[in-house]
Design a protein around this ligand. Structure first.
Ligand SMILES: [Fe+2]
Ligand SMILES: [Fe+2]
Length: 242
């Protein structure tokens, strides 16, 4: 399990707490937008057929398989650009990213369970929005202030925690077959822990480098411009066509 760099001291500045609360509120705002999105509305509607719900999950998982290997590699690149004196921070972030590395494979496995034979055999190129996610991450990794990583990564982790925790009761109530839902089920607990882990790193970094919050917010915005709605709405369209 990844450990926060400064979790034992907790001497975070008031400015850092303020910056983190603001970032956290921004993720809540993205989650509210997501709940108003047509795909979420369909997912939670009691009349929606199981097949449609599973088709949406299947297509979102397909998108994960398209961008996740690239966001992982870009993430490692960006972490590698941190100041070389930041040994503990680099260790903590690399350890977390290493845990994340195989999650694209969970998505691939789940997609394989949910897809029919023909869809499994077809190796399609990335959708435009999933391609844009990979592109934004690589661009951030190459040119952005490396502390910006924490803002974009917080959106990734906290939003996944919120969405999967909200999806679980719906899955249970509708008694959807659990095969193919490992990614969703495991992320409900894993990403709550990861969000907490990142919270401590953000508080630590902003306490030591108050100006870093600007890059964190900027990278949050860059990532949010392409994720989640553009990617998930493409998934919705594919699911409806299937
Ligand atoms: Fe993950
Ligand atoms: Fe995670």
């Amino acid at each position: 399990m990844t450990k926060p760099v400064a979790a034992t001291t907790h001497n975070y500045s008031a400015e850092a707490h303020h910056a983190f609360d603001e970032l956290d509120r921004r993720v809540d705002g993205v989650f509210e937008q997501l709940k108003a999105w047509r795909g979420w509305q369909l997912f939670v509607h009691p009349d929606t057929h199981h097949d449609q719900m599973l088709a949406m999950i299947r297509e979102i998982l397909k998108a994960v398989t398209w961008y996740q290997p690239h966001t992982t590699e870009a993430g490692f690149h960006m972490i590698g650009r941190l100041a070389k004196s930041e040994v503990k921070l680099v260790q903590a972030l690399c350890s977390h990213k290493a845990e994340e590395a195989e999650h694209g494979l969970w998505a691939l496995e789940d997609h394989g369970i949910l897809a029919d034979k023909a869809a499994k055999a077809k190796k399609e190129p990335s959708s435009p929005a999933a391609f844009a996610v990979a592109s934004v991450w690589w661009r951030m990794a190459q040119v952005e202030d490396a502390f910006g990583y924490l803002g974009a990564e917080y959106l990734f982790e906290k939003l996944t925690a919120l969405v999967t925790q909200a999806a679980l009761p719906v899955i249970e109530e509708r008694d959807l077959p659990r095969g193919g839902l490992r990614f969703v089920i495991e992320h409900a607990t894993e990403d709550a822990k990861h969000a907490k882990f990142l919270k401590h790193l953000i508080l630590d970094v902003v306490t030591r480098y108050p100006e870093s919050v600007v890059a964190m917010n900027r990278c949050f915005d860059y990532f949010n411009a392409v994720y989640p709605l553009p990617v998930w709405d493409e998934a919705y369209e594919r699911a409806m066509r299937a």
